[in-house]
Design a protein around this ligand. Structure first.
Ligand code: HAM
Length: 521
């Protein structure tokens, strides 16, 4: 007999179950409604994409791409067939087949593959020429070496594309914008998404390996000959409206303790100069920093500002602030973003240390925290990323967006007692007798068609047991159908909250249900 195996959800993943999923649905539905009022449409990008897309967009050196992606090689079907030519005489056909796949792009057109195919071809041609000479019993050393080198080249082939489960969706949205020529649509293009993302992080409360985001992006192609200085006011208004939208969404949900922090991290002109200044200052205090920050002086000095290490806080407080080193355009935009937020009644705090962990940002960045999550666990992060679409091969385009961690949002709502979702029933139909079952089925059909939640037991139950079950399920009413009710045509209705019981006609019961529903919603 097969060994009994207990399967469990993989570390960092979890099942979302009723009644909690009701809250998830409510949150997503509210997002759709609020984002809709701001003119956003939904995009559903795929869950996996070429690894290269994320490496380019998010940055190969970031934690997300460098350490946390779920990456695998997607092998083409035909490769599996062509795999492992045996006997050696079949190598010629194998090389032809792989060459064809390389030409058509079915296997990656990389330098490694090009070299491997050339090497196999060269060795094979020579090996064949040797075979044309009179057969020998034993392979010469050179022949043996050719075979060996051919096999080594074959195993260095990259037989498929590297793909990754998406760690975030901004890269996918930009890829889709380019792929579908969305720059030809009326600009800006406003899109939102909801769905799972994957990062191999150390799981803990509010941090999972499969987690969910609700995000939105605004993309706008930059027409030729635009004066960047003239667009600053408009861009700042877009930034402020995007932030206003997410704050409106949180307010609609009743999220508590919401704190918005904003910053500007400059652009291609001013940031590199600031980073150099920061590096020079950090080198002066290198000995007082921990190993992570010491390493970051070289790789990414901005990330030192992110440090939570207690011993480094005093040092960081004395470092030069980017706000004092912004170029004129960045400074003007940052000022205007703040004015625009003020006009919209959005309360914010400035945090010059807010740098974000993804490479694509420029100018406006922001993060939002909420009750019950701890200051390190943002419920939302976002910012401006002009130039990302171009980096991915599209036209010059501006971008701004955010992503909300839905798991954390739900946690915060639950912590504040706003998650009280019950998957109750409006009506529990308690029936006894064969004739009553037919009447119960008919009643359930009518009630469900009218949109009420109905539980219809599949087998006859004693009334006492039925009422107990109705109570456990959180039903509001029990509709009792037995011989009596069938004979008189009047239904017995028990209100479970107070135990009262009354006889009424079918239309009267529907009326009562509707009134109750209107009161509770
Ligand atoms: P992010 O800051 O990497 O930004 O993620 C956004 C939010 O996703 C975080 O604030 C957090 O709430 C949630 N989150 C991230 N990792 C986890 C995790 N392991 N478990 C639970 N929740 C998590 C982005 O992803 C950008 N694409 C946002 C953006 C859109 N910027 C511009 N447009």
């Amino acid at each position: 007999m097969a060994e009994k195996k207990k399967f469990q959800a993989i570390k960092g993943t979890r099942d979302l179950l009723p009644p909690e999923t009701e809250l998830w649905n409510r949150v997503e539905q509210t997002a759709r409604e609020v984002f809709g009022t701001f003119g956003f449409g939904e995009i559903r990008p795929p869950i996996f994409e070429p690894t290269e897309l994320f490496a380019r967009a998010v940055g190969a050196e970031t934690d997300i791409v460098g350490k946390e992606m779920y990456t695998f090689v997607d092998r083409a079907e035909r490769i599996v067939e062509a795999d492992g030519p045996k006997p050696i005489a079949n190598y010629g056909a194998f090389i032809d087949s792989v060459s064809g796949m390389f030409q058509s792009g079915e296997i990656p057109r990389t330098g490694i593959n090009e070299h491997a195919i050339r090497e196999m071809r060269r060795r094979w041609d020579r090996f064949q020429n040797w075979r044309l000479s009179p057969p020998e019993q034993v392979l010469s050393d050179e022949q043996g070496n050719d075979i060996l080198q051919m096999i080594i080249a074959r195993y260095s082939l990259q037989l498929g594309y590297e793909i990754s489960l998406r760690p975030e969706a901004t890269a996918s949205v930009c890829r889709a914008y380019i792929e579908h020529g969305m720059h030809a649509l009326p600009q800006p293009v406003k899109l939102y998404y909801t769905g799972p993302m994957f990062r191999r992080e150390q799981p803990q409360k509010g941090r999972y390996r499969q987690f969910y985001q609700i995000g939105a992006e605004v993309l706008e192609m930059i027409p030729a000959n635009t004066d960047p200085a003239k667009a600053i006011g408009k861009d700042a208004a877009v930034d402020a409206e995007v932030i206003e939208m997410v704050m409106t969404f949180f307010a609609r949900l009743g999220l508590e303790g919401v704190k918005l922090e904003i910053n500007s991290i400059g652009d291609r002109e001013c940031r590199p100069k600031y980073v150099e200044l920061l590096r020079a200052e950090l080198l002066k205090v290198k000995d007082k920093l921990g190993p992570d920050s010491q390493r970051r002086i070289e790789t990414n000095p901005l990330r030192v500002l992110d440090s939570k290490l207690e011993s480094e806080q005093g040092i960081i407080a004395g470092l030069p602030k980017i706000a004092d080193h912004l170029c004129a355009n960045c400074a003007a935009q940052y000022k205007e973003v703040k004015r625009q937020l003020g006009m919209r009644g959005v309360v914010y705090a400035e945090n010059w240390r807010l740098v974000r962990g993804l490479d694509y940002y420029m100018r406006t960045t922001f993060e939002i925290t909420a009750r019950g999550l701890g200051s390190q666990n943002a419920v939302c992060g976002g910012g401006r990323y002009d130039g990302l679409v171009e980096l991915l091969g599209g036209p010059p385009t501006k971008g701004i967006g955010f992503a909300i961690g839905e798991d954390r949002l739900i946690l915060s709502l639950q912590e504040a007692g706003k998650g009280g979702a019950t998957q109750g029933r409006d009506v529990f139909v308690a029936w006894m007798g064969e004739k009553a079952q037919a009447a119960a089925i008919a009643a359930a059909q009518k009630l469900r068609a009218a949109g009420f939640r109905v539980e219809l037991p599949p087998a006859e139950q004693k009334f006492g047991k039925a009422l107990g079950q109705a109570d456990k399920l959180g039903a509001r009413y029990a509709l009792i159908l037995g011989d009596d009710e069938l004979a008189t045509g009047l239904w017995t209705v028990k209100t479970l909250a107070d135990g009262s019981q009354a006889k009424m006609s079918e239309p009267e019961f529907f009326e009562m249900l509707r009134k109750g529903k209107a009161l509770s919603s």
